[in-house]
Ligand binder design. Structure first.
Ligand SMILES: [Zn+2]
Length: 309
């Protein structure tokens, strides 16, 4: 029996799962503390203790920032207050819980979760694309998570329009600038300020323009929403098509808030946008299956791979 805890450390919440022999047995969650890294590390330990089985073998943590493989450190993490440099997560968590602890980037962990037990099952070479506030990704090649030196799978910052829209990272024409929810919101508000009427702003008001707002406005036939989603489709299609050709992917899994909200019709359009060169290649582009727990589950499974009993 292998028992592991996987923890997905997010900007707003921490979600933990207890995994026994590859199945999720319990879930715990709490808000992410805003007081800085020491409070966050304490919360990771506390949520693991809450699930705390007697036979715990290892812990995996997925975190929202760059992870240099093998260091146990993540950062800087822009979504976590005060996390302005690489900080060691593995050592303090392992010391507090008394079991080995593996740290992975959250998008990579979620990709591995989908590959092992979700929409990527049976795939040999897979890319997962997470369309959330930003755009993340994870690459599984030959059935193993492909980390490179820590940058592999970072599809959100590949160029889809040279010299195009400015990305949150400062670069121009990146996928995230067209298909990330926050960038799409910025663009919607810019077009609204330029005099375009749009249901997007009517529905969202001053509040965050959530994925559901895009889905509602699109369903209502809103022109600006249709333009922005159309641009997102073209951008995701270009990035996925390029990645698929580069390493001959057999599957692409699309998930994240926006991916889930827009669903199969969105994915059907991405398939078309990915290009005819891929027709007959056997590439499947499919929606993610696991949802919110993919990152925590993947982190647990990666820890089990690294620290088998
Ligand atoms: Zn970027």
């Amino acid at each position: 029996v292998t028992t592991a805890i996987g923890i997905d450390l997010g900007g707003t919440k921490i979600l933990a799962v207890l995994v026994r022999d590859g199945a999720v047995e319990a879930v715990a969650k709490r808000d992410t503390p805003r007081e800085g890294p020491p409070a966050v590390l304490e919360a990771l330990v506390a949520v693991a203790r809450e699930l705390g089985p007697d036979d715990l073998g290892c812990v995996g943590v997925g975190a929202p920032g760059p992870v240099v493989p093998g260091t146990g450190r993540v950062g800087p993490a822009t979504n976590l207050p005060g996390w302005d440099r690489p900080i060691d997560v593995s050592t303090p968590v392992a010391a507090a819980l008394g079991v080995p602890t593996e740290l992975e980037n959250d998008a990579n962990a979620a990709a591995y979760g989908e590959h092992q037990l979700g929409a990527g099952a049976g795939s040999h070479d897979m890319l997962a694309v997470w369309l959330g506030t930003g755009v993340g990704g994870g690459l599984v090649l030959g059935g193993r998570l492909w980390r490179g030196r820590g940058l592999a799978g970072e599809i959100g910052h590949v160029v889809v329009h040279p010299g195009g829209r400015r990305c949150g990272c400062g670069g121009l024409g990146h996928l995230e600038a067209y298909a990330g929810r926050a960038a799409m919101e910025r663009e919607a508000r810019r077009r609204h300020a330029d005099g375009r009427a749009t249901r997007l702003v009517e529905i969202a008001g001053e509040k965050r323009m959530k994925s559901s707002v895009f889905a509602k406005a699109l369903a209502a036939g809103d022109e600006v929403a249709a333009e922005l989603v159309g641009e997102a489709v073209e951008a995701v299609g270009a990035a996925v098509g390029n990645a698929a050709l580069l390493v001959d992917l057999d599957r692409v899994v699309i998930g994240g808030g926006l991916g889930e909200r827009l669903g199969q019709p969105f994915i059907d359009r991405v398939v078309t946008a990915a290009g005819r060169r891929l027709d007959g290649s056997g590439l499947q582009i499919v929606p993610a299956q696991i949802g919110d727990e993919a990152g925590a589950l993947g982190a647990a499974l990666l820890a089990v791979d690294r620290y088998p009993r």
